[in-house]
Design a protein around this ligand. Sequence first.
Ligand SMILES: *Cc1c(COP(=O)(O)O)cnc(C)c1O
Length: 416
Amino acid sequence: MERARTLFPGGVSSPVRAFRGVGGEPFVVDRGKGSRIWDADGREYIDYVLSWGPLVLGHAPDRVLEAVERAMRKGTSFGIPTELEVELGERIVERMPHVEMMRFVSSGTEATMSAVRVARAATQRDVILKFDGCYHGHADSFLVRAGSGVATLGLPNSPGVPDALAALTVVAPFNDLASVESLLRSYSVAAIIVEPIVGNSGFIPPDPAFLPGLRALADAHGALLIFDEVMTGFRIAYGGARERFGVTADLTTLGKVIGGGLPVAVYGGRRDLMERVAPAGNVYQAGTLSGNPLAMAAGLATLELLTPDVQSRMTRRTERLVQGLREIAARRRVPFTADSAGSMWGFFFRAEPVRSFSDAKTADVERFKRFFHAALERGVYLAPSAFEAGFTSDAHSDADIEETLGRLDDAMAAAG
Ligand SMILES: *Cc1c(COP(=O)(O)O)cnc(C)c1O
């Protein structure tokens, strides 16, 4: 880390990795397999961060590695169409039929940024509406009350984002339809963009009326609805938010899981909107490594293995983990609330359920920091921030979950 700090800001390639949200020094990872990772000193951890979401089958799954190796031997990138892109695209449409047409990119940030460009072009409006605590990548327009990394670092906004651009992003509290309606009346909004379940300021589910309400309000005011499913996509249900909540977005962004641990994201949706993207239309967006065969192969192998059976097995184990944590906290009289959807989960040290980022910020962060370090000492790696979701993978066995609960019981005692 000393060498890293001379080379990289904060010693890291992405801010949350630096452990600023919990204090102390991050460990340096050497390798992972299944539910476990090992650091450079040989210490083993059960991993609930999973590269921040992508590794839905756990670390280094053999079938995915084999698929990547097969692709790699044929060449790593061509910059011309390959059959693998079509296959992964078809796999996505099977699960999300409303994603009629799509474009592959290499990061979630690119996907959301490009989806907004399409929405602005289609509506000929400039303003976008996002929610306090939702993170949609680091593009300028989104760094306005953007959750975890930003919240943890205490940067409500980022220097370097022009005021003129930030002024085109308006922000409502999550789960607050009245605020959304009032903003839609005051501004000519191109699109509402939302994480259907928030994972970037801790785990915050929508109230039952919230997503249907957004759909209705968007329609009433001529705005498009964008579901940013970069985190929730293929974790909260086989078919994502539409399947789970019965609400269909005009545009959807996916990332993380669909790349199986390699850099892939996608934006897509209604055909009439996506046909505006160059070269079919005149909305420009491009990428040298977009749709590259290694990433496509990893994504394909991952989605093939992620069957409804696997999905429900992970859901059941995640529910057991969350229920176990609630029981531990109750027995130890620690104010605690926890929830999950599929293989995505989270908790706060606060008695009442959390409905918005302002609720999340009233949780006991000092207790979280003590708990995080106590868990790490006992070989359980949780997200190093009180404002991040956790993940499980299909490699997290029933035995892993029980072992985790035993260790976290001790950690909760040690954290006081
Ligand atoms: C991770 C994430 C992004 C950004 O994806 P990157 O690949 O890190 O650029 C965007 N939206 C959501 C909801 C995310 O969780």
